[in-house]
Design a protein around this ligand. Structure first.
Ligand SMILES: Cc1ncc(COP(=O)(O)O)c(C=O)c1O
Length: 469
């Protein structure tokens, strides 16, 4: 390029700096403190919490115009895996894709006798988010639903033995619902004893701890969602976390990346140094490794600018986690005295809450949820229903949600599935009365870091006014 080339490079750097400065200024102006007006301002249950740094990172990556998962993606995968202390993280375009890829990985022939085959059974929880369960059915396996404990919202470990069938049950796939770790000690012990896989759906629980360790680091695989309500966001996004075995990375990566056998990152060729020397399947020797498919895969990668945003969010994660814990505690204190009409959610292994803290079942590991939300069950004896409370919150512009799909087997998709399969597509353990309670009585409000004491006090005042009316 010579001197002229250097001049152009300098001008490009200068323009980039100017654009990023202006970007930061724009975001600062737009996002300046907005006055909260009780009753007219919307108080979402969750949402993006960001400042000029996330926007500048996204813009900078767009200026590079790499677009597909590239340098920012590789850096985020490394930083997230270091944060969690797992072997690898593979970025995907949603938590649902993470669940699909994680489960599909376990169907790989590369896992030999431990692979999950069509007709095999997988134990999961009846109440929760549907895409924890969908990949089981989509891969031809049979979900076996255990009930949930309505106070912890998690799958009941005491029903695992009843759900288990020797030679048929191949995995447990449970979520740490609303950020509350499930009974990892018992579930992991069960999976290890039976020699079956454990997948943790950690989509709601990044930053929760069980026995002093992050959730998402106990199973063979775990998953994250980075959709805006979650603990950090990249718009749409998620991650498959590889915990136990290196081969699971090979399988998950293949399913994420079209099913290919090749593992070259985007823009690179021949990282295996034998691109034209492989012989696989019935292909001729030397067929380009880039186009050899060991699985029937997907393409569910996010874009590089999303990862650039996610990397800035990741730096803020410790503060986000602390805020979620603080906000849950603040709300709980504001609602003291409503226990006759509302059952408040409890961490797994807790027996009660009081202003001095939780009481715990003796001898059980310490549980520290990084709360996704603040869940309440409106007791049947209350003079108001869960729907009355949800409606009142809605009218007061306070964001609230039911617990995702409630009892999933009552959802039209599962009713149809049961009908289409003459009852063979899934099994149910017990009467699922805990899941029904969640479906009929549960509502949750936010704990996300965008809520301050003024907004939390307002949320609590609406709940109190309904409860005391
Ligand atoms: C437990 C759980 N799993 C999976 C998902 C799906 O994540 P996504 O919306 O990123 O697909 C969600 C969504 O909130 C969830 O709560």
């Amino acid at each position: 390029m010579g001197d002229g080339g250097k001049g152009v490079t300098n001008r490009i750097d200068q323009l980039r700096q100017e654009i990023l400065e202006k970007t930061r200024e724009l975001v600062r102006l737009r996002e300046g403190k907005k006055e909260f007006q009780a009753g007219s301002s919307v108080v979402p249950y969750a949402g993006r919490v960001y400042d000029e740094e996330e926007v500048a990172a996204g813009v900078s990556s767009m200026l590079d115009f790499w677009l597909t998962l590239g340098p920012e993606g590789a850096a985020m995968e490394k930083e997230l895996s270091e944060f969690l202390g797992v072997r690898n993280c593979l970025l995907v375009n949603s938590g649902s894709s993470a669940n699909l890829v994680a489960f599909s990985a376990l169907t790989s022939y590369k896992l030999k006798e431990r692979r999950i085959l069509p007709g095999d059974e997988v134990i999961t929880a009846a109440a929760g988010f549907p895409t924890t369960v969908a990949p089981i059915v989509q891969n031809g396996a049979v979900p076996v639903f255990v009930d949930v404990d309505p106070l912890t919202t998690n799958g009941r470990a005491d029903q695992l033995e009843a759900a288990y069938v020797e030679g048929k049950t191949k995995a447990v796939f449970f979520a740490h619902t609303l950020g509350n770790p499930f009974d990892l000690a018992e579930v992991k012990r069960f999976c290890d004893e039976k020699g079956i896989w454990l997948i943790e759906d950690n989509c709601d629980a990044l930053g929760s701890k069980y026995d002093g360790k992050w959730t998402g680091t106990f199973g063979d695989l775990s998953t994250q969602s980075f959709y805006p309500p979650h603990h950090l966001t990249m718009g749409e996004g998620g991650s498959v976390n590889i915990v136990s075995k290196a081969i699971l990375k090979t399988c998950a990566e293949s399913f994420r990346d079209w099913g290919r056998d090749c593992w070259c990152p985007s823009g690179k060729d021949d990282t295996c140094c034998k691109r034209f020397d492989w012989q696989m399947g019935d292909l001729p020797k030397g067929y380009d490794h880039k186009y050899i498919y060991s699985h029937l895969g997907y393409n569910v990668k996010p874009l590089d600018p999303q990862a650039a945003i996610g990397r800035v969010q990741l730096k803020k994660l410790p503060a986000f986690i602390a805020a979620r814990i603080r906000n849950w505690e603040f709300l709980r204190r504001q609602l003291v005295g409503l226990e006759d009409v509302i059952d408040f959610m409890l961490p797994t292994h807790a027996t009660a809450w009081s202003p001095s803290g939780f009481s715990w079942v003796a001898g059980k590991p310490v549980v520290e949820p990084s709360w996704f939300g603040f869940m309440m069950l409106v007791k049947p004896n209350a003079r108001f229903s869960r729907t009355d409370l949800a409606r009142a919150l809605d009218q007061a512009k306070v964001g609230n949600r039911m617990l995702f799909g409630g009892n999933l087997v009552r959802q039209p998709a599962f009713v149809q599935l049961r009908q289409d399969s003459q009852g063979k597509a899934f099994r149910v353990i017990g009467d699922l009365s805990g899941s029904d309670r969640i479906m009929n009585e549960a509502v949750f409000v936010g704990t996300y870091p965008g809520l301050d004491e003024e907004k939390l006090s307002y949320i609590a005042s609406i709940i109190r006014s309904v409860a005391k009316a």
